[in-house]
Ligand binder design. Structure first.
Ligand SMILES: Cc1cc2nc3c(=O)[nH]c(=O)nc-3n(C[C@H](O)[C@H](O)[C@H](O)COP(=O)(O)OP(=O)(O)OC[C@H]3O[C@@H](n4cnc5c(N)ncnc54)[C@H](O)[C@@H]3O)c2cc1C
Length: 523
């Protein structure tokens, strides 16, 4: 499944990286995604589909076993439906929240943390309690310290030294400080005046929210006189990190939702603690692996859905069985699309205007996730101590820094570790992700990290790369309040939609709550 390129000479890359003159073998390859299977969909659909060679029946068929599909299966089980079957293209469930291992060390392939859920996400609170992550003590919710991100959580590489937190320092810089404080006040103002919620489906509709959704975040910031370079860098970083695109591209609603739906914005001098997050060496795969356990008997992996045909009394679904190398037919009373909307639009045989309208508006961000196995810890430079999340101020245009998989470990001695580096790419580079070799992308990742850690190339043993052509939907202006998306979310007939795309952006809570909701009867 994965193309492995062994023995890239780091000496060859040395010219590119301007580092070690001697040649050392760097291993690695592409991991995690069976691109051939997704493309089979195109190949098979361009010709006539072969006749199915096996028939199956299910009461409910869930297409895709990412967070939303697994949550939908959980929702149906709770609603008393014992025959909800899951079809998944990859060999494992989890979608964008899967994990990986290098040399026995676990690391994320995509999602890596979950903020503590608020009262608007009771399903998530309940899940975390069920998984033993939290409990009520004298009426107060307490989380298991082992799974809360250990301190220090974040640091920024700023002008040659590390500083605590990700907000660029503003000491002695009254103008920047004033802008930080002004932005914090504006976040509080919109939070009070408008409705923000996580998941967003729990927010009330309002004209103010629609106005924010109609314009790019950068335009809103400009109109508020928020022009300080450090503030603007930080906000752009937050948007790229959460949404895969910067302040010029995402809506003002999305830019503010990041802060207003959760923890606000904390300027220097604000004494509040940073928002705690749950994280694990393997990232959110810790959650999806546990969500998949009760579905084991009903989870069919290596199954690429090719076509969905809604008929008068049932839905027929054609599937490519990767192991048996044949087309099979499933018949179900209800079908849940828990896969991206652009794929759903290709699969559905009869036209569904809301689906095609919504899919046409979606913009997807390609991402590259690099897992680097280091044989020993990196040398420390001046400033703040190593943190879980480490970011360079004004680093590469696509780079988002890295998290350290061993940060949550309880070993007394630092040893080999895995760093997971993230790049959110412009759509124009989607083709390069497929066409350029692993060595070119590995070189780019290393070159970026070397600015923070000159000793990193010499200590890296292996680089495994995961590429996402369509990692997540970007909340472009107009998407959050789009009528077609809302119509799809409300469907409770034979065809239902559960993917994170329905929120117009992608986080665990959106995928999970929409998945659980799809099992509800007609709304
Ligand atoms: C790099 C990255 C980092 C992220 N970091 C975070 C984070 O730290 N915290 C957070 O909360 N969120 C994060 N997210 C977002 C989070 O991963 C998603 O919100 C969530 O996993 C989406 O779940 P989903 O079920 O909606 O979609 P998906 O994960 O897209 O699941 C869809 C599933 O459908 C399957 N599928 C597709 N086509 C077919 C087909 N034809 N037949 C059968 N199956 C098919 C796919 O293989 C996949 O398993 C991140 C996402 C990425 C890409």
């Amino acid at each position: 499944m994965n193309l492995n390129r062994r023995g890239l000479l780091l000496g060859t890359a040395a010219g590119l990286l301007g580092c070690r003159p001697e040649a050392a073998a760097l291993e690695g390859g592409w991991v995690g995604a069976a691109h051939g299977r997704g493309h089979r969909l195109r190949e098979l659909k361009s010709g006539a589909l072969p006749a199915p060679q096996a028939q199956h029946r299910a009461q409910v068929l869930i297409l895709g076993a990412g967070v939303s599909g697994l949550a939908a299966a959980r929702g149906f089980a709770r609603a008393g439906v014992s025959d909800a079957q899951l079809l998944e293209l990859e060999d494992q469930a989890g979608g964008n929240s899967r994990g990986h291992q290098i040399g026995g060390l676990r690391c994320p392939l995509g999602a890596h943390y979950l903020p503590l859920p608020g009262e608007q996400a009771p399903e998530v609170v309940e899940l975390l309690e069920e998984l033993g992550l939290s409990r009520l003590e004298s009426g107060r919710r307490v989380y298991d310290e082992r799974h809360l991100c250990h301190s220090p959580q974040e640091r920024l590489f700023y002008q040659g030294a590390w500083v605590e937190g990700l907000l660029p320092p503003a000491e002695g810089d009254a103008a920047t400080l004033a802008q930080y404080r002004r932005f914090a006040r504006l976040v509080e103002q919109v939070r009070t005046e408008l409705s923000f919620a996580m998941p967003s489906l729990r927010a009330r509709d309002s004209a103010g929210r629609a106005r924010l959704d109609a314009m790019p975040f950068a335009q809103w910031l400009q109109a508020q006189g928020l022009v300080d370079a450090k503030l603007r860098w930080y906000l752009d970083y937050c948007c790229r990190d959460d949404y895969g695109a910067g302040t010029e591209t995402v809506s003002a609603w999305a830019g503010l939702h990041y802060f207003a739906s959760r923890h606000g914005f904390h300027p220097p001098g604000d004494e509040s603690e940073p928002e705690p997050v749950l994280t694990w060496p393997e990232g959110n795969a810790w959650l999806t692996e546990r969500l998949a356990v009760p579905q084991r008997e009903r989870l069919h992996s290596g199954m690429t859905v090719l076509q969905v045909d809604e008929q008068r009394h049932q839905v027929e679904v054609l599937v490519w069985n990767e192991k048996a190398q044949r087309v099979e037919q499933w018949t179900a009373q209800t079908v849940v699309f828990a896969l991206p909307l652009f794929i759903a639009a290709r699969l559905l045989r009869s036209p569904l205007p809301a689906l095609h309208s919504a899919a046409a508006k979606m913009r997807y961000a390609p991402w590259l996730v690099a897992n680097l196995r280091l044989r020993e810890p990196l040398l420390q430079r001046i400033g703040a101590a190593p943190a879980w999340d480490n970011v360079a101020y004004a680093g590469g245009a696509t780079a988002l820094g890295y998290v350290d998989a061993s940060h949550q470990g309880l070993q007394p001695q630092a040893g080999p570790t895995v760093l997971t580096a993230y790049h959110a790419l412009p759509a124009a580079q989607r083709g390069d992700l497929l066409s350029q070799p692993w060595s070119a992308w590995a070189g780019r990742v290393m070159a970026d990290l070397r600015g923070m850690h000159p000793d990193l190339p010499a200590k890296t043993e292996r680089v495994d790369l995961m590429r996402y052509g369509h990692a997540m939907s970007i909340p472009v202006p107009g998407l959050h309040t789009d009528a077609a998306l809302q119509a799809l979310s409300a469907l409770r007939g034979r065809l239902r939609f559960a993917h994170a795309d329905l929120a117009g952006y992608s986080v665990f809570e959106e995928a999970f709550c929409r998945g659980m909701a799809v099992a509800e009867k007609r709304s």
